[in-house]
Write a protein that binds this ligand. Structure first.
Ligand code: SAH
Ligand code: SF4
Length: 339
């Protein structure tokens, strides 16, 4: 039997058509499960008996369980969920003026191994399935009795190292028959796997793309992010230009501010030269401390100076306010520790 939550509209249609049903039956099933939130097949009134019978022999509904919930001073909420193989994943809910935003985990651990990141301290154990990503959204919606309006794929893991499931997940949360979250309310963040950025461009969704840049030259970037040894800044920017050409969308460059490492005026200048002419804006993030790691976030005044320098040099930028750092729920602090 197959887990319904691992299906996309396309794969479900295929299965149904192969078994003598119609494509619209897939849409009906999706609507029951994701719009009406029912998994009781008997209560799905517009399905034929034959389809219900087929469904019950072919599909089952998986689930995940809540282990803990922590709420930070700013109401940011971190959940720890248990998967069917007893592994744990973290999901973070943030309350914004514009809505409820969920930070979703895509892998257990991460193999990219950025030197500053807590998530990367744990080697990748495995990819999450579409179902396990869907459950993070569905569970938080059910537990909080809310609708998630925005999804960021910025939890543990490198989404483009789990490309297929990530694309399926995006399809499902975006589909009008699924969770109907607007593409522009979905953001996927990558450490810069250039060929996958191109593949993502070809996927041609109006989803936001964020790229973790963090350094304006190859030497420093390779020190911080060893993925840069594989895909240099040149290659990365070439793939970004391809993405912009193909989708006509603006990209976000994320730039962590690490005190004394990448936050000098010379770095701001090099950064602005590097990305000048690219349809982008820079999201500056003050680094959140990770106990085991030696890095420190830039002071407020250095962060502000860096930000002002980018603006002065004609680069659009924002200086992001962190949420949830007191409960290790902020960016790069996720590690699925159960304490
Ligand atoms: N693997 C993807 C997405 C998850 S990380 C990526 O790297 O883009 C989400 C963002 O948090 C990335 O920009 C990452 O560089 C950043 N990050 C990692 N550790 C951090 C920390 N300690 N403080 C602030 N941001 C951090
Ligand atoms: Fe992985 Fe992203 Fe952390 Fe790098 S920053 S180790 S890619 S989760």
């Amino acid at each position: 039997m197959k887990d319904f939550y691992n299906e996309t509209i396309e794969t479900l249609e295929e299965t149904l058509i192969q078994n003598g049903f119609k494509a619209f039956n897939a849409r009906q099933l999706f609507e029951w499960v994701y719009r009406h939130k029912t998994i009781d097949i008997d209560s799905m009134t517009n399905l034929s008996k034959k389809l219900k019978q087929f469904f019950q022999t072919y599909f089952y509904f998986s689930s995940i369980a809540k282990i803990t919930k922590q709420v930070s001073h700013d109401q940011t909420t971190k959940y720890l969920f248990k998967l069917s193989d007893n592994q744990a994943v973290e999901t973070v809910l943030m309350h914004h003026e514009y809505g409820k935003s969920l930070c979703v985990t895509t892998q257990l651990g991460c193999n990219i191994g950025c030197s500053f990141c807590a998530s990367g301290l744990q080697k990748k154990i495995r990819n999450l399935t579409i179902a396990e990503m869907m459950h993070q959204v569905l569970m938080v919606e059910a537990l909080e009795n809310i609708r998630i309006s925005n999804v960021v794929l910025m939890g543990t893991g490198e989404p483009f190292d789990n490309f297929e499931a990530t694309m399926g997940f995006i399809d499902n949360i975006n589909s009008p028959y699924g969770l109907a979250i607007g593409a522009r309310h979905i953001t996927v963040s990558t450490s810069g796997i250039a060929p996958k950025i191109k593949a993502f461009a070809d996927f041609n969704k109006q989803v936001n793309l964020a790229i973790s840049l963090h350094a304006p030259n190859d030497v420093l970037r390779t020190q911080l992010m060893k993925i840069n040894a594989r895909y240099s800044l040149d290659e990365l920017l070439e793939s970004v230009r391809y993405y912009i050409e193909k989708t006509n969308r603006r990209v976000t460059f994320e730039y962590l501010l690490l005190e004394g490492i990448n936050d000098e005026m010379s770095h701001a200048n090099a950064l602005s030269d590097l990305i000048r002419g690219v349809n982008c804006y820079v999201n500056l993030i003050r680094y959140n401390t990770v106990r085991e790691l030696p890095y420190k976030g830039s002071s407020e005044s250095r962060a502000m100076a860096f930000y002002m320098q980018l603006l002065k040099r004609g680069i659009q930028a924002t200086l992001r306010k962190e949420k949830g750092s007191d409960i290790d729920a902020a960016c790069g602090q996720l590690r699925a520790k159960n304490n």
